[in-house]
Design a protein around this ligand. Structure first.
Ligand code: ZN
Ligand code: ZN
Length: 88
């Protein structure tokens, strides 16, 4: 259920989250602008086309059950949470 907020003319992907960023080049879906930007590489000049890096090769991204690439929660952030809990 849920309202379809977006679709792609180049593939069959549909999504319901407004924040989701779908790449029209490689047809992968990303959780937001940050994760999208991580996989996109802009060309050095206007004449040069950018390219998509395979997210499998990017340690800071992970594919979750919703078939969307999310930012991987780093060990640094996890340890910060542990500190927070220990003070409560
Ligand atoms: Zn892409
Ligand atoms: Zn697509």
């Amino acid at each position: 259920m849920g309202t379809v907020e977006g679709s792609c003319s180049g593939c069959t992907r549909r999504w319901t989250s407004l924040r989701l960023a779908h790449c029209a080049k490689c047809h992968r879906s990303f959780s937001g602008a940050w994760t999208f930007d991580v996989h996109r590489h802009m060309g050095a000049s206007d004449n040069e086309r950018g390219y998509c890096e395979d997210p499998e090769q990017i340690p800071s991204l992970e594919l979750r059950n919703d078939n969307v690439w999310h930012r991987r929660v780093g060990e640094h952030e996890l340890s910060r949470q542990d500190v927070f809990h220990s003070r409560v």
